[in-house]
Design a protein around this ligand. Structure first.
Ligand code: PLP
Length: 424
């Protein structure tokens, strides 16, 4: 099965070897740049799948990990706790308003844990609720529970019979100069209200911006009205901020930008600045209280070998330091994108431009929208030839760069997209 350009022992995610171009071989990362083994340097315009928050090789995070590794690299978290985990829990509680922190290993598990907590919380109260509600187009990860609440798609097709049932409300995505949004929002809210007539354990959403579902933005006021409906029904609200968290929305958390307060929040990706895999699920103290008691069945029986890995905690603390010491870097990114996106929006092939914090997106005019639209790989190839790494979602093209990206690099990204579009 050896194929030229592919390693004989590696199996890549989301990748069809029969049709994909072989992966590029990276030997180094620095700031916004990736260096390939042939010496080429690429701007990492999607932050290595949205995780590299500040930049590659960020020295303060690298130093924090090294120093932690010399002190304590790992310890079981049922019988022990350690200072790095305590500090991280205290700081995330202070900046999110959610008092309890449960650790896991990635975004999917952070979502799994939120779902299990919500489900079991109702059961622990002796009032089990059977319905979960998610939104159309949602992506919450690739483990089974996370897949079940995500939109059913080609990604989940093979596992369909194994996925639990989820009620689904429309996601009224919007963009610049969108005059149909009010009607779509009203229809979505009416549908959600109807679904909430069935006793519901939890509603899960990606606040403000659905990521993998196509960088689909909703209005802040829509989210506030969703929150009001969820509150009125008594259901728990789960915010999946795996992508939007840690400054991506221009605020520390997208929930804060929208003015909503969830009961549970899933975080990962930017948590460690993109250095180490770690996920956390934050919960209100009242949720935690529902798991305390002498009956063994009240316990949250979930855990991972690497729960609260000290290296991950140290990286996360150093990353938070940077976010808090240089807040203008995430707060001002949207204003830096805006003039570029305004200019690009005039290109004849650009549709539905939208912008949130450091994430700018648009769609390429096409009559066959979808993840498999060939315009994505074509644009990706054209941009790569010009030194910019993009990874369009079908016809949806987006920039989601590390916060260290400088003005020249940002200008270059837009120029490359413009040139690539023109040579389509
Ligand atoms: C990436 C992502 C996940 C899954 O995180 P992994 O670390 O890839 O498992 C979940 N939710 C959202 C919103 C994401 O963007």
């Amino acid at each position: 099965m050896d194929r030229p350009g592919w390693h004989p022992h590696l199996w890549h995610p989301f990748t069809q070897v029969a049709t994909a171009a072989p992966p590029l071989r990276v030997v180094r990362g620095e700031g916004a740049l990736l260096e390939l083994d042939d010496g080429r340097r690429l701007i990492d315009a999607i932050s290595s799948w949205w995780v590299t928050l500040h930049g590659h090789g960020e020295p303060s995070i690298a130093a924090a990990i090294a120093s932690q590794a010399r002190r304590l690299e790992q310890v079981g978290f049922s019988d022990f706790r350690h200072p790095a985990a305590e500090q991280l829990a205290e700081r995330l509680a202070a900046c999110s308003g959610l008092e309890r922190l449960f650790f896991s290993d990635n975004g999917s598990t952070a979502v799994e844990v939120a779902l299990k907590i919500a489900w079991q919380w109702w059961r622990n109260r002796g009032e089990p609720r059977q319905q979960l509600i998610a939104f159309e187009g949602a992506y919450h990860g690739d483990t089974f529970g996370a897949m079940a609440v995500g939109e059913r798609s080609l990604f989940s097709e093979a596992f369909e019979p194994l996925l639990f049932a989820v009620a689904r409300a429309p996601w009224p995505a919007t963009w610049w100069d969108d005059d149909g949004v009010e009607a779509r929002e009203a229809a979505a809210l009416a549908r959600l209200e109807q679904l909430l007539e069935t006793p519901t354990a939890a509603v899960i959403l990606e606040p403000l911006l659905q990521g993998a579902g196509g960088m689909a933005l909703v209005s802040e006021s829509f989210l506030r009205r969703v929150e009001a409906l969820v509150r009125a029904s008594g259901a728990l609200l789960i915010a999946d901020e795996v992508m939007t968290g840690f400054g991506r929305s221009g605020h520390l958390f997208a929930c804060q930008r929208a003015g909503i307060r969830p009961d549970l929040m899933a975080l990962s990706k930017g948590l460690t600045g993109g250095f180490l895999p770690m996920g956390v699920t934050l919960a209100r103290e009242a949720i935690y209280a529902g798991f305390i008691g002498t009956a063994p069945g009240l316990t949250l029986f979930h855990g991972h070998s690497f729960t609260a890995n000290p290296l991950g905690c140290a990286a996360a603390l150093a990353s938070l330091d940077l976010l808090q010491e240089l807040p203008e870097r995430h707060q001002q990114f949207e204003a830096r994108h805006r003039p570029h996106l305004e200019a690009l929006a005039r290109h004849r092939l650009v549709r539905r431009p939208r912008l949130l914090g450091s994430v700018a997106a648009f769609e390429v005019a096409t009559d066959q929208p979808g993840y498999l639209n060939p315009v994505g790989p074509r644009l990706q190839r054209l941009a790569l030839e010009r030194g910019v790494f993009l990874r369009p979602l079908g016809q949806v093209v987006y920039l989601l760069p590390p916060l260290c990206l400088d003005d020249d690099q940002l200008t270059h990204c837009y120029a490359v997209i413009d040139a690539a579009l023109s040579s389509l």
